[in-house]
Design a protein around this ligand. Structure first.
Ligand code: SAH
Ligand code: SF4
Length: 360
């Protein structure tokens, strides 16, 4: 394995120090950063603003690619595009680009390969935890798609950390990646256009609150009583609803930002009117929004999404309590690119059906 460091794992300051150490004039640091994050160059030889000797030196000291593309697939008339990458160690990482009819383009990125949280309905959870991604690897998922979009003169509208993994279990690297992409002299992607989704690691929600960042926060709730939530989301045994909701209330009070709650609707599990009423009671008075996600099928979980009228009833109960709520339209199901369907490992082993995926 190549032991040169990955250039996107280094901060602007660290890269500037290296160039200074090499005896380069100070303006080279700005040129390097702009080349990486604004021109979106992905090879040392593209830095034609540098003398050849410096390009060679960059090449000797750094690699410009850490994730390699293994599979690429499209669904929804090309509006959904999923890429399966491998880390140098061979761990799978999936990233999904979703275009909307209104022209908005959302990228769903991964913070880990696999996930150790074991939510029963989630294919990534069934894979188990494989590895934390580095800040550079999180950045690289974004730059890969940003380069593609640049060819169409388009840019991303939003980035959601809702792919594989629990971002609050790899928080330092996730935040570093966001900071790097947010830098005004580089990629300039505003904090408000990022969303971090968590399964509900209460102490990390508190830590995040204290940072007073403008990044959006989504909490995966799925059940309004501890007994059911612990069955669906095992981490609830450690951070039960009372503790979780307290951290959420603190977040809203201190940041004055609206919080999103995700609720995967599973037929005859958490789609009853009673759960909807309980949820409304739980969220009473909280500045929030509920995203209802009809369950996407995954190989290891035999349940289904509720019928349309049950979804509408659930939604109506929330609305009658003046809780804003939307139902998320399924995306990318034919290529296993929907929420909770990212399970590259099983698919590679032939359990989840790569059949419809085109090999690059
Ligand atoms: N680990 C984080 C972020 C990644 S999961 C979290 O749990 O929030 C992103 C979202 O996909 C979560 O809301 C999760 O509950 C949802 N999800 C998982 N499995 C799903 C499935 N089978 N169908 C629909 N959504 C699912
Ligand atoms: Fe992990 Fe989120 Fe899937 Fe739960 S839903 S297993 S936390 S990726």
């Amino acid at each position: 394995m190549d032991d040169r460091p990955f250039i996107y794992d280094w901060s602007k300051e660290e890269l500037a120090q290296i160039l200074q150490h090499w005896g380069e004039p100070s303006y080279r640091a700005g040129q390097l950063w702009q080349g990486l994050y604004r021109s979106l160059w992905s090879r040392a030889d593209q830095f034609t603003v540098f003398p050849k000797s410096l390009r060679q030196k960059l090449n000797e000291h750094f690699v410009f690619e850490s994730l390699s593309v293994v599979n690429e697939s499209f669904a929804d008339q090309g509006m959904t595009h999923k890429v399966l990458f491998h880390t140098p160690e061979g761990n799978p990482v999936e990233t999904v680009l979703m275009r909307s009819d209104d022209g908005r383009i959302t990228l769903c990125i991964s913070s880990q390969s696999g996930c150790g949280m074991g939510c029963v309905f989630c294919a990534t959870g069934h894979m188990g935890f494989l590895a934390n991604l580095t800040a550079g690897q999180i950045v690289e998922q974004v730059l890969y798609f940003a380069r593609l979009l640049k060819q169409e003169n388009k840019t991303l509208s939003n980035i959601v950390v809702m792919g594989m993994g629990e971002p609050f279990h790899n928080f330092a690297q996730t935040l570093q990646a966001i900071d790097r992409l947010n830098d005004p002299s580089g990629f300039r992607f505003g904090e408000r256009r990022f969303t971090i989704s968590t399964v509900g690691i209460a102490p990390m929600i508190r830590k995040f609150t204290a940072l007073k960042r403008q990044i959006n926060l989504a909490i995966s709730l799925h059940a309004a009583d501890d007994e059911l939530r612990s069955q669906l989301v095992p981490i609830n045994r450690k951070y039960p609803l009372e503790v979780l909701l307290e951290a959420c209330r603190e977040y809203v009070e201190q940041t004055h930002r609206r919080i999103s709650f995700e609720w995967v609707l599973i037929h005859q599990v958490n789609d009853s009117r009673e759960q909807a009423y309980r949820l409304a009671r739980l969220l009473k008075g909280l500045l929030c929004h509920v995203n209802l996600i009809p369950l996407n099928p995954t190989p290891g979980y035999r349940r289904r999404a509720p019928p349309q009228e049950t979804i509408e009833e659930f939604k109506a109960v929330l609305q009658s309590h003046r809780i804003p709520c939307t139902v998320r339209a399924p995306r990318g199901l034919s290529i296993w690119a929907g929420c909770g369907q990212l399970a590259a490992l099983q698919q590679e082993r032939g359990l989840g059906g790569y059949a419809r995926m085109s090999l690059v």
